[in-house]
Design a binder for this molecule. Structure first.
Ligand SMILES: *Cc1c(COP(=O)(O)O)cnc(C)c1O
Length: 404
């Protein structure tokens, strides 16, 4: 059975060049970048080379890059660190309601520490209106955090327009760019961002490395105490092998941005056309055009997304119900709910997030698999079957029976 991985927004395979670059730092080149002897110095050189690569990806200066353990930590450092550093100037934050949980949960945490947080609802396509952000700003507002692109539905936010309005009010602006990095051009200057979070394993780098861009001169309270590393913003010996891989993966993604979307857009269009065209009761979630080139989120009326994902898995296809971290729970996606879906509809979504190695034939295989799966998991409806699939007796066998 051929396997098809269409869950790249959860994580991506490691770029072979990144692995090759990491190897020496897992073996001979084991030095601590803070040590002053030659082992340390060569480790330091590698660390700074990676820092420069991440800076290039974002249009930043190398000294504005703080390495972290990943996107989650970068988001925590940005939100907690920037909010606490500005506490005396006000206690109001603005987030979108469709942020990743590593932003939303920090918002909730900050509420327990005396901050007030506004969670802005998007429209039905997942878009935040810049004017809506401006209208939510008060004299008390110290920080706005809006993601560049959503991990579940792929909608791309008008970050530049939001940044302009936020900075005109002298409010700090943070952007979770974990899904945008490596997929869209990023220029922190054009965004007027004070903080931008990125993660290695979402752009074909290794797990356990990420970075926060922090604009020069911005004060930010570290999450941890314990050393001078990363300009004191993030003490602790850096995960050098992962950071080296991160740098190489980021450089590769940066130089292949256009090539990558030229590869992905036709795949996305093909999968979308087949799923929406050949199966009734399907609808696209996310913005029809302002959307990541790799992301297709589909609502399947009358089918639990979880059940579809399990059945796809049996067929060797890896997809996802929205965010990876919400898999295994039966809670409807907060993103779909915020986009105005009912709790039932929010449980009927499947996300297909495409990547470099995917082919057009694989998109056909995914569509064919769903045409087989849908009729057997959809509750029987009198007369009109919801899917026009020609089942040819392939159902049964390895079926995972719908639990709903
Ligand atoms: C995956 C993801 C994160 C978390 O990144 P990790 O490196 O896995 O901690 C944050 N934000 C978004 C939008 C993501 O997709």
């Amino acid at each position: 059975m051929s396997r098809i991985y269409v869950d790249h927004n959860s994580t991506t395979p490691l770029l072979p060049e990144a692995l090759a670059a990491m190897q020496p730092y897992l073996t001979d080149q084991f030095g601590n970048p803070s040590s002053i002897h030659r082992w340390g110095r060569s480790a330091h050189v590698a660390l700074e080379a990676a820092r420069t690569q991440i800076a290039h990806l974002l249009g930043a200066f190398p000294d504005e890059i703080i390495f972290t353990s990943g996107g989650t930590e970068a988001n925590n450092l940005a939100l907690q660190g920037l909010a606490e550093a500005r506490r005396s100037r006000g206690r109001h934050l603005i987030l979108s309601a469709i942020e990743h949980l590593s932003v939303l949960d920090v918002g909730r945490l900050l509420e327990t520490r005396g901050f007030r947080v506004s969670y802005l609802p998007p429209d039905r396509d997942g878009l935040i209106d810049p004017q809506q952000v401006a209208d939510a700003c008060t004299d008390e507002t110290i920080l706005v955090s809006i993601m560049a692109a959503n991990n579940e539905v792929g909608t791309i936010q008008p970050i530049e327009a939001i940044g302009r309005l936020v900075k005109a009010r002298d409010i700090l602006f943070h952007v979770d760019a974990v899904q945008a990095a490596g997929k869209l051009p990023i220029d922190v200057g054009r965004w007027q961002a004070d903080g931008v979070s990125v993660s290695a394993h979402k752009l074909y780098g290794p797990k356990g490395a990420g970075a926060l861009y922090l604009r020069r001169g911005t004060s930010c309270q570290p999450l941890l105490a314990g050393g001078h590393h990363e300009q004191r913003f993030r003490p602790g010996t850096e995960n050098l092998p992962a950071i080296v891989g991160f740098g190489v993966a980021a450089a590769y993604a940066h130089s292949h941005l256009e090539q990558e979307s030229a590869h992905l857009l036709p795949l996305r269009a093909h999968l979308e056309r087949r799923l929406l065209g050949e199966c009734s009761g399907t609808a696209l979630n996310g913005h029809p055009t302002r959307r990541l080139a790799n992301t297709v989120n589909i609502g399947f009326e009358g089918c639990a997304g979880e059940t579809l994902v399990m059945n796809l898995d049996v067929e060797g296809i890896a997809a996802s119900v929205g965010a990876a971290c919400s898999s295994g729970s039966i809670e409807p996606s907060h993103v779909q709910l915020a986009m105005g879906r009912t709790p039932e509809q929010a449980l009927e979504c499947v996300r297909f997030s495409l990547g470099r190695a995917n082919t057009i034939e694989q998109m056909d295989d995914v569509a064919e698999a769903l045409r087989r799966i849908l009729p057997r998991v959809r509750p029987a409806r009198p007369a009109a079957s919801l899917c026009e699939a020609n089942v040819r007796g392939e159902a049964g066998g390895a079926a995972v029976v719908a639990a709903s």
